[in-house]
Design a protein around this ligand. Structure first.
Ligand code: CAA
Ligand code: NAD
Length: 284
């Protein structure tokens, strides 16, 4: 099946990035969110990213305009009937995702693939709320989407080879490097990354060192491009907490218990960069 049009659900940091790379690869994109103001924020993030590319002479102003013209904001989920694939990038919450997938299953055409950018939630469980589990799949992009090459592709129990092949081809058209991963909590990326971030948070919690020094150790000592606490703020502390909860629940193993300090920050609304405060403070 050839994919020509895409709906991205959630115009946050991931959804806007996915919409950007799809539009720049020539796909018609519907960008959906709950409110027009969230869509406008996503669209201006895309335009900001593309403008930087124009400044660096990586793309022309014409490319920017062509790309922006391909993205249509919509608060109406019914627009899912116009597309060949939906890529869901709403919050990391099973109830929200299941609700969306059962509605999308009613709206979308029979051939439409329903993909989720979930960081950790079981694809099989999301697929089970639809009548098309063979067309439900995980398409896990990394943040920031326009920069990071990896896409984990996760088959649920019923996902067909045909669905996998269509999504793998799409990922390659987006100039990404797809890797097939089995459906286990956190897949590969977050099963390995998130316990490291959680441990860094415990290191702050137990007073072993300051956030700045912990990040410095991992940057200078392990050559990580960002320290784990900067990265946690970048990902979003709410997302980090949801992923740790999914790992703990999914494996039934307390080695994945989220650090109480992470819970406290999320309860305080300190979600990292997106709210201006997490382990660090941000001006813009
Ligand atoms: N959006 C779009 N583009 C961005 C960007 C953003 N938020 N941040 C940086 N860039 C672009 C810059 O424009 C620049 O582009 P050009 O090469 O075209 O000039 C390029 O990235 C490099 O940026 P900088 O020189 O400003 O900064 P840097 O060299 O420090 O790189 C970084 C920035 C790429 C984000 C780097 O710090 C990095 O790789 N950090 C780690 C990111 C990471 O681990 N991501 C995975 C998170 S986990 C995940 O995504 C899975 C999950 O489920 C939670
Ligand atoms: P975000 O908070 O930046 O954006 C989420 C967006 O989804 C918000 O704009 C919100 O209004 C919207 N939304 C919520 N419920 C919705 C609904 N029912 N319908 C339409 N829109 C809805 O979050 P994010 O960081 O972009 O993460 C989105 C998804 O991508 C999550 O599942 C997350 O686990 C996953 N993910 C995140 C990262 C990361 O580094 N942040 C990386 C890979 C995957």
């Amino acid at each position: 099946m050839e994919i020509k049009s895409v709906m991205v659900i959630g115009a946050g940091q991931m959804g806007s990035g996915i919409a950007q790379v799809c539009a720049m690869a020539g796909y018609k994109v519907y960008l959906n969110d709950l409110k027009q103001e969230f869509i406008d924020k996503g669209l201006s993030r895309i335009e900001g990213n593309l403008s930087k590319q124009v400044e660096k002479e990586r793309i022309s102003q014409k490319d920017l305009i062509r790309g922006m013209d391909l993205v249509q904001g919509t608060t109406d989920l019914n627009d899912a009937k116009n597309v060949d694939i939906v890529i869901e990038a709403a919050v990391e919450n099973m109830e929200v995702k299941c609700n969306l997938f059962s509605r999308l299953d009613e709206i979308a055409q029979d051939h439409t693939i329903l993909a989720t950018n979930t960081s950790s939630l079981p694809i099989t469980e999301i697929a089970a709320v639809t009548k098309r589990p063979e067309k439900v799949i995980g398409m896990h992009f990394m943040n920031p989407v326009p920069v990071m090459k990896l896409v984990e592709i996760i088959k649920g129990l019923a996902t067909t080879e045909e669905t996998f092949n269509a999504v793998e081809t799409l990922a390659k058209h987006l100039k990404k490097s797809p890797v097939e991963v089995n459906d286990f909590p956190g897949f590969v990326s977050n099963r390995i990354l998130m316990p490291m971030i959680n441990e860094a948070i415990y290191t702050v919690y137990e007073g072993v060192s300051s956030p700045e020094d912990i990040d410095q150790v991992m940057k200078l000592g392990m050559n990580h491009p960002m320290g784990p606490l900067t990265l946690a703020d970048f990902i979003g502390l709410d997302t980090c907490l949801y992923i740790m909860e999914t790992l703990q629940e999914g494996f039934g193993d307390d080695k994945y218990r989220p650090c109480p300090l992470l819970r406290k920050y999320v309860k305080a609304g300190w979600l990292g960069r997106k709210t201006g405060r997490g382990f660090y403070q941000y001006q813009d």
